[in-house]
Design a protein around this ligand. Structure first.
Ligand SMILES: [Fe+2]
Ligand SMILES: [Fe+2]
Length: 195
């Protein structure tokens, strides 16, 4: 595996300026969250820095590139190929940046859709991507406060936000997003019943 500095240099060459700056912002946000939530710092650093490394492939080439690399393409990805930057990112993280750690790769894999059974590392990368300083949407400040206290409740809000957006724009909802959301909904429902 390369050092973080080496990864950063490679990433800077590979990504458009704005996407690289976003990656650094996510990296910094994720480090703060990892400190607060006591997550594995090394894994969070690598996963957050590289979460969008798949973006070096132009979106219009995603389907072809995924097919070429024998990456399975599901129905939602076939219709919204932008989603494939997560799987392509996992491939590049492994083969270009030398990442082998499964938990690090999983965080890259789940950063666009979310998923059921997300680890602390997965949630930190997902939420840092959504809440980095350059992002702005209604309710973001509340989420920036909540994420310091409760990753899962912030994920629940993030899913709601994403699903609303997808509905409003007539887009497809990936099953991982639904499974992830339902898993947390069940959990919080049970928690409320005990009180
Ligand atoms: Fe992304
Ligand atoms: Fe991102």
């Amino acid at each position: 595996m390369l050092t973080i500095k080496e990864m950063e240099a490679l990433l800077e060459k590979a990504l458009p300026r704005k996407r690289f700056e976003h990656s650094i912002a996510v990296y910094k946000t994720a480090i703060e969250l990892a400190k607060i939530h006591n997550a594995d710092m090394e894994k969070v650093r690598v996963a957050s820095l590289l979460h969008d490394c798949g973006r070096e492939i132009p979106t219009r080439d995603n389907l072809l590139k995924a097919a070429e690399l024998n990456i399975p393409i599901d129905e939602v990805e076939a219709n919204q190929p932008i989603l494939l930057h997560a799987k392509l990112g996992v491939y590049l993280a492994q083969h270009k940046y030398g990442v082998e750690d499964k938990e690090t790769l999983n965080a890259i894999l789940y950063h666009t859709t979310g998923a059921a059974g997300m680890s602390k590392i997965d949630m930190i990368v997902y939420l840092a991507d959504l809440l980095e300083p350059k992002r702005g949407f209604f309710g973001i400040e509340e989420m920036r406060q909540l994420v310091k206290v409760d990753l899962e409740r912030t994920m629940m809000k993030a899913y709601a936000l994403t699903i609303k957006y997808l509905l409003e724009h007539d887009l497809l909802i990936h099953s991982n997003c639904i499974f992830g959301r339902n898993e947390l909904a069940v959990k919080f429902k049970k928690m409320n019943q005990t009180f």
